[in-house]
Design a binder for this molecule. Structure first.
Ligand code: FAD
Ligand code: HEM
Length: 399
C-alpha cells in the first residue's frame, strides 16, 4: 500500500468535530460541480444519513485489513450499479471529498495529507470500478419485483412477498436492498425471509419505523401489484454449506426473517440439529408464529424457544430472558451460531456466548455499525461518526 493509513486517520481526526458542516459542504460541492449527479441521490438529503461520507470514514478505519477491505469493496462496487454510479463519477466524488477535507483541516492539511488521500481514493475507487466491470453482462443493476402479496404479521410488521422479474440469486442468511418508486433513490436493506423457492418468489419482513422514509411506505402504502427495485443480495452471515455442526440461532424482532431463511434451508436437508431462541418485547411482539409452527412440525431436529416477558415489562426484562435462555443451553462449543436483530443484539449475545464456550470463529451476524459498540473508547474516526443515528431493525425491539 503506497499510502500510510495513519496519515489518513490523522486527517480525519482534525476535521471530526465539524462533521455536520463537513457533510453539508461535501454534498454542496459535489452537486455544484456535478449537477448531473444530484439525481442519483434521494430528494430529502437533510433526512438522509450521509451514507457515502460515513462509508468513506469507515473505510479509512479498515485500510489496515486489506483482505476484509477487498471483499467489502467488491460488494460495494457491484452494488453501486443500482445507484447509477459510473466510473467517471469517482474522480468527481474524490475531488469534492478532498476539497472538503482541505477546507476543514485548514493549516493542518499538508502535502503528505493531500498525497495520502489522493492515493487512497484512487485505490478504493479502482477496486469498486473493477468490481463493477467484473459483473456478468446479463446481471442487471437492479431487479424489478412485483409485490404479489402483503400480510400483516403484527400491528407494525408487514410481510411482503415479492416476485422478481428474473431469477434472483441469493444464499439464505443474506439481505437485499429495496427501493420503491414512491420514494425514489431511497434504498434500505432487509433480510430475505425465506430459503430459495421453486416459484422464485421471496419474502421480506418490514417493521414500521415512525418517521422513517421507506419502512412506513412499505408497511402501510405499498399494494399488491406494485413494483419495487431490488439490489443484488448482500451479506456474509451465511452458513458454511459443508458444516455438520448443530446450529444455534438467536433472533430479536424482525431478525427472525434472516433466521427463518437459514432454518428453512436446513429443514430441506434435515441433517443437522438446530436450536432457535426467538426474543421479543412481549408475546404480542412475536410474529409469524404460523411459520414458526410449520417449521417445527416439518423439521424434527429443530428446537424452537420463544422468549418474551409479561406484557408491559421493559426491554431489560426481555434481554434478561434471552440471556437466561442462553445459560440454560449450557455449553455452546462446537455450534455454528447466527445472530440477527437490532444492532446491539449481536455484540451483547456474542459476548455472552463466548462465556458459554462458543467459538468466535463460528459466530455469524451482519455487520454491526462501529458507532453502536460503546464498550471501548471511540477512535478518532468513530467519534466522527458518533453524532449520527444508525438505521437498523427496530431499536425498540429486544436487544
Ligand atoms: C443488514 C440489515 C438488515 C436489515 N433487515 C431488516 C429487516 O429484515 N426488517 C426491518 O424491518 N428492518 C431491517 N433493517 C433496517 C432497515 O434497513 C431500515 O433501516 C428501517 O426499515 C428504517 O428505514 P426508514 O427508511 O423507514 O427510516 P430512515 O429514513 O432511515 O430513518 C428515519 C429516522 O428514524 C431513525 N431510525 C432509523 N431506523 C430506526 C430503527 N430501526 N428504530 C428506530 N429509529 C430508527 C433514523 O435515525 C432517522 O432519524 C435492516 C438493516 C440492516 C443494516
Ligand atoms: C470510493 C468511492 C465510494 C465509496 C467508498 C462509497 C460508499 C458508499 C456506501 C457504503 C454507501 C451506502 C450504501 C447503502 O446505504 O446501501 C453509498 C451510498 C451511495 N453512493 Fe457511494 N461510494 C463511493 C462512490 C460513489 C460514487 C462515485 C457515486 C456516484 C455519484 C456514489 C453514489 C452513491 C449514492 C447515490 C448512494 C446512496 C446515498 C444515500 O442513500 O444517501 N458513490 N456509497
Amino acid at each position: 500500500m503506497a499510502f500510510d493509513p495513519a496519515v489518513l486517520r490523522a486527517g480525519l481526526a482534525v476535521v471530526e468535530r465539524r462533521a455536520d458542516q463537513l457533510t453539508a459542504y461535501f454534498y454542496a460541492h459535489l452537486f455544484a460541480h456535478n449537477p448531473g449527479v444530484r439525481a442519483l441521490f434521494p430528494e430529502r438529503m437533510e433526512e438522509q444519513r450521509d451514507r457515502l461520507l460515513a462509508a468513506i470514514t469507515h473505510l479509512v478505519q479498515r485500510l489496515d485489513e486489506p483482505e476484509r477491505l477487498a471483499g467489502y469493496l467488491t460488494a460495494l462496487g457491484r452494488d453501486h450499479r443500482k445507484f447509477g454510479a459510473r466510473p467517471e463519477h469517482y474522480p468527481a466524488v474524490g475531488a469534492s471529498l478532498l476539497a472538503t477535507l482541505r477546507r476543514f483541516a485548514g493549516a493542518a492539511w499538508t502535502e503528505e495529507q493531500e498525497k495520502a488521500w489522493t492515493e487512497a481514493w484512487t485505490v478504493i475507487s479502482q477496486a469498486m470500478i473493477d468490481a463493477e466491470r467484473a459483473v456478468p453482462a446479463d446481471e442487471p443493476a437492479w431487479w424489478q419485483a412485483e409485490v404479489v402479496h402483503r400480510r400483516w404479521a403484527a400491528p407494525d410488521v408487514a410481510v411482503l412477498t415479492l416476485a422478481p422479474d428474473r431469477p434472483y440469486p441469493f444464499t439464505p442468511g443474506q439481505y437485499l436492498t429495496l427501493c420503491s418508486p414512491r420514494v425514489p433513490q431511497v434504498w434500505r436493506p432487509y433480510s430475505i425471509g425465506c430459503a430459495p423457492r421453486v416459484d422464485g418468489t421471496l419474502e421480506v419482513h418490514v417493521r414500521r419505523v415512525p418517521d422513517g422514509l421507506l419502512s412506513p411506505v412499505l408497511v402501510d402504502e405499498v399494494l399488491p401489484g406494485e413494483q419495487l427495485r431490488l439490489g443484488p443480495a448482500l451479506g456474509t452471515a451465511v452458513l458454511d454449506p459443508y458444516s455438520r455442526r448443530p446450529l444455534l440461532a438467536v433472533a430479536g424482532g424482525t431478525g427472525w426473517a434472516q433466521v427463518k431463511a437459514v432454518v428453512e434451508a436446513l429443514a430441506q436437508r434435515g441433517d443437522r440439529r438446530a436450536t432457535v431462541l426467538l426474543g421479543a418485547r412481549s408475546d404480542a411482539d412475536h410474529y409469524d408464529l404460523d411459520a414458526v409452527r410449520a417449521l417445527v412440525d416439518r423439521y424434527a431436529r429443530l428446537e424452537m424457544v420463544l422468549a418474551a416477558p409479561e406484557d408491559g415489562a421493559g426491554r431489560a426484562e426481555a434481554v434478561a430472558l434471552v440471556h437466561e435462555g442462553l445459560i440454560r443451553l449450557g455449553d455452546c462449543s462446537g455450534r455454528d451460531v447466527l445472530l440477527s436483530g437490532p444492532p446491539d443484539l449481536a455484540p451483547a449475545v456474542a459476548a455472552r456466548l463466548a462465556r458459554l464456550g462458543a467459538d468466535p470463529e463460528l459466530v455469524r451476524h451482519d455487520p454491526v455499525p462501529d458507532t453502536l459498540d460503546r464498550s471501548r473508547p471511540a477512535s478518532a474516526a468513530e467519534r466522527f461518526l458518533q453524532p449520527r443515528d444508525i438505521a437498523w431493525i427496530n431499536r425498540t425491539e429486544l436487544g
